[in-house]
Design a protein around this ligand. Sequence first.
Ligand code: NAI
Ligand code: CS2
Length: 478
Amino acid sequence: MSYDRTTLRPRWLHIGFGAFARAHPLFVLDRGLRADASGQWGVVVARLNAGREELEHLALAGGLYHVLEADAQGLRASQIGCVIDTCHPARDGQDALPRIISDAELAVISLTITEKGYCSGPDGLDFDHPAIRADLKHDEAPRSAIGVLVQGLAQRRAAGLGGVTLLACDNLAGNGRKLARAVGDFAATRDPDLAAWIDANCRFPCAMVDRIVPAMTKDSHARVRAHLGQEDRAAVICEPFLQWVIEDDFAAECPPLAEGGALLVADVEPFEEMKLRMLNGAHTLLALLGGQAGLETVDACMADPVFAAAVERFHEDEAAPSLPTLPGIDLAEYGVQLRHRFANPALQHRTAQIASDTSQKLPQRILAPLRWHLAQHGTVPPLCALVLASWLQWLRGTRDDGADLPFNDPQAEDLRSQLASLSHGAELVRAYLSKYQGFGSDLAQDARVAEALGHAFERLHSTGIRHTLLSLLSEPHP
Ligand code: NAI
Ligand code: CS2
């Protein structure tokens, strides 16, 4: 460690100390502190629900843990030193996080709470969300991330303190704006003056975050043990690549993120869209189509020429054309680099993990490029249609070989039960379009979308994934 950890102060709170937080935002801050620790940026890490035991182990290790970058050449470990404390409401009390947020020294709150943690839809906070409904009833002891943030900010305002920067690090389009909207909507129902104070004093920069960090498994923990020669229950294995592009809009002082490798820019949106459609769109394609074909990891998909060709076709014909040009970025080259990253054999990134929460992921990954093609050319891109048809098959429950598909999605139960009684065909596709709200009323009512999905679903149903892909790939480029 090249900085003095004993000088660090609780200036940053991270909510959602999962795999990604360890290997991305905290990794970058650690690198930044190695270059300049004068700002004393120490981090308190928190989880709101599961994971209390893990935080206790981290506390016992003094907040130290390892990030191991993995590729075909092996593992390279770094120790991360910026974590100085941990917090879990089940251990420290429901008022612990609001108390940390209303500490005078705190300046940044970052979040990796998954897409569903924002409890939001296209029109802001979802007031029907059970967690939000519960928090609005008992606002002194909130449990949702949004409720906790608003409670902490209310206490901050009451204490006469200044605002903070709330840094969303989840894979959502306009993640900072989404967070600002959710926090603002929640605050406004409690007190319009509080909402106005947050708006005037806090900042919610948008950010594009990128590093593939698969969930840890028994096997990956064993690899860590063998490499370090010791146990580290908070360690993560990830790819060497890392990118973080942040809107340069901080409430007060900015931590040494640029020094740690982040890029601060005026407008993040083109970077976000590029990453969400090219990387995450292709991930969702592989997770659903590959997963349904029985392929368990992303690198196994990339080793299969049919799936590798499908990703290339998706990048070239469907995702890249839908994106604005970014100075200095060649999308064809970006696609080649992504396919190389996906093929990393050391990651063992499970398709089932990426397929989880698909209902929260389709809008920014698949439906955004689909909308662009519809608006520009009046056509539905065939691979986007196939991914959507494949998800309908996931909702119906079985793989091509008859095995059950794992399913972990906040909308699964509801959608599954609403679609279960319908047989194949137009009726099923119509119900899918109207029940899954991600389509929005524009796509749900568009006859071209219904026809393309019906066709894709029929192809998948009658010939299976592999044949469908092969025949689609033999069709000429548009
Ligand atoms: P993880 O499963 O290791 O951690 C998820 C964290 O979110 C946990 O701390 C969990 O307690 C919290 N969480 C889950 N549901 C929540 C809810 N409803 N309210 C509040 N907190 C909730 O997952 P991981 O890998 O850390 O990914 C988290 C997010 O980070 C992803 O959903 C994505 O948006 C973003 N991300 C992940 C990348 C990756 O490769 N793992 C890369 C880029 C972004
Ligand atoms: C993945 C992402 O789980 C998923 O949905 O697509 O988490 C992906 O690994 C990251 O966005 C890479 O930056």
